[in-house]
Design a protein around this ligand. Sequence first.
Ligand code: GSH
Length: 233
Amino acid sequence: MTIVLYDLAGAEEDRRFSPYCWRTRMALAHKGLPVETVAWRFTDKQAIAFSGQGRVPVIVDKGKTVFDSWSIAEYLEDAYPDRPSLFGGSDEKPLTRFYSCLADTLVGGIFRFIALDILNHLHDKDRTYFRKSREERVGATLESYVADRDARLTSLRDSLTPLRLTLKMQRYLGGDRPLYADYALFGPFQWARCISPFALLARDDPIALWRDRLLDSFGGLARSSPGYDGPSS
Ligand SMILES: N[C@@H](CCC(=O)N[C@@H](CS)C(=O)NCC(=O)O)C(=O)O
C-alpha cells in the first residue's frame, strides 16, 4: 500500500524544499517503500488538520497518521522491521537522535543565509504568512537577517568541521552506506540547494562530495528535485 506524504512545495509544485520532509523522503526510499507525495503550502493548514497540528512532514500509512520527521523515522523502523534499518540497529537509535537534533540546529544556522531566497521561491499565497511569522521569530526583517551572509560564511563552514573531518575518513556517517543520521543532516543542505543559489559549501569540501553522493542515491531522487547545482566557490 502506498504511503502518502504531505510535502512542502514552493511556487512550482515540484519544488519540494523542506529539510524535514527530505529526511522522510530519503527514509522512505531507504526502506524501499512506495510513496505518493501531496504538494503542501504553509497556508494549507486545513489540508493537514486531520493530523492535529500544522507542520509537515505528515504521513498516512494504512490509515495511520504520523507527523514529525523523527516520529516518522521511528514509526517506519518499527512498522517495517524486515526492510533495511534506518538506524543501523536498535542500539544506534539513541545516537541517531543526536544527529537529528544536530541537524535541527543546522536548520537554524542555515536559515540566516537563505531566509530571503525561501521567500522568493514561495507560492504567492504563502508569502505574507512566511514573512510575518519568520520576521516575528527572528526579530528582524528577512532582508536585514541575511544581509551580512558573505561575512558569516567562514564561521558557518568552520562550525561544520566535525562533520567534514568525519566525511574525509568515511563515505557516510553510517560508514560505507547511508543511514538516517545521513538523511537528517542531508535535509538542511538539500533545503538550501532547492531554494538558494548561495554556495554554502566549497565544491571540494568533503561535505559537498557527501551531499553529491546522497543527491545521486536512490536513482537521483533528491537531485531530480529542482534546485541550484551550479559550481560553488
Ligand atoms: N520538528 C518537526 C519540524 C517540522 C517543520 O517545522 N516543518 C515546517 C516545514 S520545513 C512546517 O511545516 N512549518 C509550518 C509553518 O511554519 O507554518 C519535524 O521534524 O518534522
